[in-house]
Structures are given as structure tokens and as C-alpha cells.
Design a protein around this ligand. Structure first.
Ligand code: NDP
Ligand code: MG
Length: 389
């Protein structure tokens, strides 16, 4: 039986991972699940999968569940998990959203033979720390963001020097062919045309910030120069990545808009009894109308941020993630407008208090977490104040 850990099992990626496992229940044993607040869903998951160890990070919800479930080991965080409690897992899915996923991801690397990471914020802010742990514990890493899984599936068989260009596709989100009105509602902003995802990543897709993050993520995990990447709008999201190799081959990777495809591949990779998600027939209609377009800066001004990214890893990546995280939160709380996310982000990243981090390398986890807190607080104060005027 394959032993499984899922960080963020109550989220969109976490739930899809459990759906795959449920269809092939006899082959898996869940060692650990986690949530922040959603103890209602977590309780159901515990029952369905007979889980014995869980982490609930929200303090109130932790206390509630601790009282309610006596026979289950409940931890308030990943650090407090007794090292002896769980055996080494075969597979862990890191699917907590935001920078908060970084510490749990690092903690869990030592507890698993393979880790699939969906949590892009932790890859962007802490890749060098994650990489160090992966090497130390000989843990295999598979990226499961669909574009990154597609790129990975091609380039794992090539040398870095064989790669000429890597294109990441972007659907363009809900506003590609619509005028972005001043009073965009939350519902409109999270209505992604092709994917059903958590709120945060859906908003990032609508502003195109998700693609900026994905380029930084790809640059880091594949160690490829920023100048080799390009974004192309592809409204149907059938093709996820295009890799042009120096030998003249162009590899185009396509699959249905279903995150279960990269997730199940990351689970079953290398197994004799692979039980992948059933995919649909090749969609010739979509293949005949791929409709790639250049991304327009006027529509998606965040693209300009690519010019601000440092070539070497720096704490500025954390600054970028944290400012955006907080601005998206403020939008979700109805404290700023949708268009403010991009305008405030572009303004704030040029502020001297943040620019100085371009010259600092991430040294440790505590430093990244402290910076995240500082940037979020500053962003909130500066944004809400300027918005009220
Ligand atoms: P969701 O918001 O749907 O789920 C996030 C999960 O993390 C939930 O289980 C949530 O618990 C938990 N969580 C949230 N905050 C904390 C915290 N502070 N501490 C501990 N746990 C926390 O997100 P998604 O599943 O959409 O995305 C997860 C990650 O995967 C993100 O980084 C996203 O960018 C990435 N990703 C997602 C894709 C998708 O299709 N959804 C595609 C590619 C990448 P609770 O339920 O209590 O809130
Ligand atoms: Mg993606």
C-alpha cells in the first residue's frame, strides 16, 4: 500500500488528490491530512479514508476538533508532529495556498520519498531551501502546476543546454474578451472559463499575475534563464506548454483542463499498476483552433513586472508574492477594487522599502516568513489608507 500525506486536503487540489485515491482505495493508506479552518470537510475525509493523524492550523478550529475527536492525533502545526508518529510516506502533496505553505512543505520533505508541489508561492519564495532539503533527504520532486508538469514531462529527458525556448500558455482568464469594468464583482473575477480552482489563484489568473508567478516558478525549478520564457494566450487551455529544443524539435504538451491529470501522473509515476485518470478523446476541434495570441500589456499590465524580476534568486520574489497576496485578500474583503490589485502592485514594487530586497538572497525560512509578514502589513496599511482618500 502506498502511504500518502496531503497538505491542504480541504482545498481544490487536495480534494482532487483524494478523489483520485478514492477510486483506487485499496492501493493507498492516508497517513496525514491537513486543513486551516475547514474541519467539517476534514472530519468527512477522516471517516472516508480512516485517517489517524491530522493537522489543523487555525487555533480555534484545532481546539474544537481536539475536543470532538478523541481517537485521532490532532496537531496544531507540522512541527509539533512527533517524528515517531508517522512512517515515511511514499507520496506527499503540498497544496496549501500562499507562503504559509512553505514551512509545512519543508517539514514534510523529510517524511516522504516523493513530493508533488502545487503550492507555487513556496517554490517561488523558498526554492533554494526546498532544493536543499530535497537533496538532503533524497526526496523526489514533481511539480504539478499544469504548465510545469508539462514542461517537466518533456525536459526531464534533455540537458538544460538543449533547450532554446519555453512557452507557457495562459487562458487570459474571465476578462480576455471583455472590458474590465471599474466595479468588477468577486463573482466575475473568480469565474475562470476553463478551470475550477481556489479563490486566490482564480483572481491571479484574472489579473495574469498567476502567469508571472509561473514564469518565476519555472525559472527556478528548471534553472532556465528568464529570457528563454514566453507567455502566449491560448483561450482553451488545451496546450499547457511548448518546448523548443535546439535540435529543431518543438514539443507541444496538451491535456484536458483537468488538474487530476498532472496529479494522478505524479502519484502513479513509475508504478507497474498505473491507474491514471480517464481522459477524454483527443479534441480535434480544439486542436484545429488553438488560437495562440501574444499577451497584450495594455490589457494585462502586470506583464511589465517580468522586467523587475532579478536574474539570481532574491528576497524580492517574496516581496512580490506577499504584496500580491495581501492585495488579493483586500479585494476578497471588498476593501479595494479589482483594478487596484494591478495598479497598487505596480506602484508598491517600485517603493524603496521593497526594492532593497532585490540585493538580498534568502538565507533561511524565518527570514522569508518575517519578510512576508512585514510586506503584508505594509501593503495593507499603504493600500487601505490610499484607497480611502
Ligand atoms: P485552496 O484555497 O482551494 O486550498 C488551500 C488549502 O490550504 C486548504 O486546505 C486550506 O484550508 C489550506 N490553507 C489555507 N491557508 C492555510 C494556512 N495558513 N495554513 C495551513 N493551511 C492553510 O487552494 P488551491 O487548492 O486552489 O491551491 C493550492 C495551491 O496550489 C496554491 O498555491 C495554488 O497556487 C496552487 N495551484 C492550484 C491549482 C488549482 O487548480 N487549484 C493549479 C496550480 C497550482 P481551508 O480549507 O481551511 O481554507
Ligand atoms: Mg498553472
Amino acid at each position: 500500500m502506498k502511504k500518502i500525506i496531503i497538505l491542504g486536503s480541504t482545498g481544490s487540489i487536495g480534494k482532487q488528490t483524494l478523489e483520485i485515491i478514492k477510486k483506487d482505495k485499496n492501493k493507498f493508506k492516508i497517513l496525514l491530512l491537513s486543513t486551516d479552518k475547514n474541519i467539517k470537510l476534514l472530519s468527512k475525509q477522516i471517516k472516508t479514508f480512516k485517517v489517524k493523524n491530522i493537522v489543523v492550523t487555525n487555533k480555534e478550529k484545532y481546539k474544537v476538533l481536539k475536543k470532538r475527536l478523541k481517537k485521532i492525533r490532532i496537531f496544531p502545526d507540522f512541527k509539533k508532529m512527533d517524528k515517531k508518529l508517522i512512517a515515511k510516506a511514499d507520496y506527499a502533496m503540498s497544496a496549501i495556498s500562499g507562503v504559509e505553505g512553505l514551512r509545512p512543505t519543508i517539514d514534510i520533505i523529510k517524511k516522504t520519498k516523493r513530493i508533488a508541489i502545487a503550492n507555487k508561492e513556496s517554490l517561488i519564495c523558498g526554492w533554494s531551501l526546498i532544493q536543499k532539503e530535497l537533496k538532503k533527504h533524497k526526496t523526489e520532486f514533481i511539480p504539478v502546476d499544469s504548465e510545469h508538469f508539462s514542461i517537466w514531462s518533456v525536459i526531464k529527458d534533455y540537458k538544460k543546454s538543449d533547450i532554446e525556448k519555453v512557452i507557457l500558455t495562459a487562458s487570459g482568464g474571465p476578462f480576455l474578451n471583455k472590458k474590465i469594468k471599474k466595479n468588477v464583482s468577486l463573482r466575475d473575477a473568480i469565474s475562470h472559463p476553463n478551470w475550477s480552482m481556489g479563490k486566490k489563484i482564480s483572481i491571479d489568473s484574472a489579473t495574469m499575475m498567476n502567469k508571472i508567478f509561473e514564469i518565476i516558478e519555472a525559472k527556478k525549478i528548471f534553472d532556465i534563464g528568464l529570457n528563454k520564457f514566453e507567455i502566449l494566450i491560448h483561450p482553451k487551455s488545451y496546450v499547457h506548454a511548448i518546448v523548443k529544443l535546439k535540435n529543431g524539435l518543438i514539443k507541444i504538451v496538451a491535456h484536458d483542463t483537468d488538474m487530476k491529470i498532472p496529479i494522478s501522473n505524479s502519484i502513479y509515476l513509475g508504478d507497474n499498476n498505473q491507474n491514471f485518470v480517464k481522459s477524454k478523446k483527443i479534441n480535434m476541434n480544439i486542436l484545429n483552433s488553438l488560437n495562440f495570441q501574444k499577451a497584450k500589456i495594455k490589457k494585462f499590465p502586470v506583464i511589465k513586472i517580468l522586467n523587475k524580476i532579478t536574474i539570481k534568486e532574491s528576497l524580492f520574489d517574496t516581496v512580490l508574492v506577499s504584496i500580491n497576496d495581501e492585495l488579493v485578500n483586500l479585494f476578497l474583503e471588498n476593501k479595494i477594487k479589482f483594478l487596484d490589485i494591478t495598479s497598487k502592485l505596480s506602484y508598491l514594487i517600485n517603493s524603496p522599502i521593497f526594492l532593497k530586497f532585490k540585493h538580498q538572497k534568502p538565507k533561511n525560512l524565518a527570514q522569508i516568513e518575517k519578510l512576508n509578514e512585514f510586506v503584508r502589513l505594509k501593503t495593507r496599511t499603504l493600500s487601505v489608507k490610499s484607497h480611502k482618500k
